[in-house]
Design a binder for this molecule. Structure first.
Ligand code: MEV
Length: 318
């Protein structure tokens, strides 16, 4: 392992369309946002530590998996986050991506290719959560707007293809849109692994839920067209439909539903939906009046911010 400190940062994300359905081979469309996870690391002779504490495989599950996968020896790691944890905006994926970037750089003595980071971070997420798509780790690695699809498409810039079991996902980078979006966290922690497991049980036992998953795929495909045409009204209507579908899958909770309803009532709002795994976490609103929506949602106790899409993916340097 090379000497010296390596520092990496990776962005959080919002999912515009397709969460959960992407685990079952439907497409998803996501944006990296300008809030980041920072990780630094250096080789050590002593035990591996995270923020000065001995590594705990449960408490530091994503980092533990990243270390198992990269197998580079003992390290002293520090993390600092601008993202809420279990908040639906990709903090665990950003942590996996930034940690993997640091560990691969320390092991190889040079900046690793993005594709290696994306694959290894996906494996770390999968191992930690028991199931996942490469959506969050791909967006956090590549930055920008990312379309994941079961087949390779003519749209955008082809990034890479990731397989797991019977599934294959093709990642495409799209032009980064300037969308007026507000993100609001409802204050309830949404645990991705639990929500993914819950949806899996429903999808395996209920044909109606499988239809909902396919309907989300259709909404996402329409969303890609609406985004290409910068058709905010259509995007908003599709976000509303995507939210109702996620509600039908059982990942909406009253605290999120109240924020979604309130945002939709602000004149100038095109649409709103939960984003990420649900069960808590965050919602997003597409609106001409982001400041007002933010005020309304904060007045209801949410933590809200204007989401700015970023083309900056993972960055790693000695
Ligand atoms: C979580 O941000 C997105 C999910 O679709 C899970 C995944 O894709 O791994 C719910």
């Amino acid at each position: 392992m090379s000497g010296g400190v390596v520092a990496a940062s990776a962005p959080g994300k919002i999912i515009l369309f397709g969460e959960h359905a992407v685990v079952y081979g439907e497409p998803s469309l996501s944006l990296a946002i300008d809030r980041r996870m920072h990780v630094t690391g250096e080789a050590t002779q002593g035990p591996t530590t995270v923020n000065g504490e001995a590594l705990d495989p449960h408490h530091h599950a994503y980092i533990h998996q990243a270390l198992q996968l990269v197998a580079g020896g003992h390290v002293r790691l520090t993390t600092a986050s601008e993202l809420p944890s279990a908040g639906g905006v990709g903090s665990s994926a950003a942590l996996s991506v930034a940690a993997v970037a640091v560990l691969l750089h320390l092991k190889r003595g040079t900046a690793p290719p993005l594709e290696d980071i994306a694959r290894t971070a996906f494996e770390a997420e999968y191992a930690t959560q028991g199931a996942a798509s490469p959506n969050d780790t791909t967006v956090s690695t590549a930055g920008g707007a990312v379309l994941l699809s079961p087949t390779r498409l003519a749209q955008g810039r082809f990034l890479w293809r990731i397989e797991r079991g019977e599934r294959v996902w093709h990642a495409h980078g799209l032009d980064v849109p300037a969308l007026p979006l507000v993100v609001a966290n409802c204050g309830v922690r949404g645990r991705t692994a639990e929500q993914v497991a819950k949806v899996r049980r429903t999808v395996e036992s209920d044909a109606g839920a499988r239809d909902v998953v396919r309907a989300i795929g259709e909404i996402t495909r329409e969303g890609v067209q609406a985004l290409a045409g910068h058709d905010l009204k259509r995007l908003g209507r599709l976000m509303n439909r995507n939210h109702e579908a996620l509600h039908a899958l059982g990942v909406d909770i009253p605290a999120l539903a109240r924020l979604v309803d309130a945002a939709r009532k602000v004149p100038g709002t095109y649409g709103a939906k939960l984003t990420g795994a649900g069960g808590g976490g965050s919602m997003i609103a597409l609106t001409e009046r982001p400041d007002e929506v933010r005020r309304v949602l904060e007045g209801m106790g949410a933590t809200a911010f204007r989401a700015i899409a970023t083309s900056r993916g993972v960055e790693v340097r000695p």
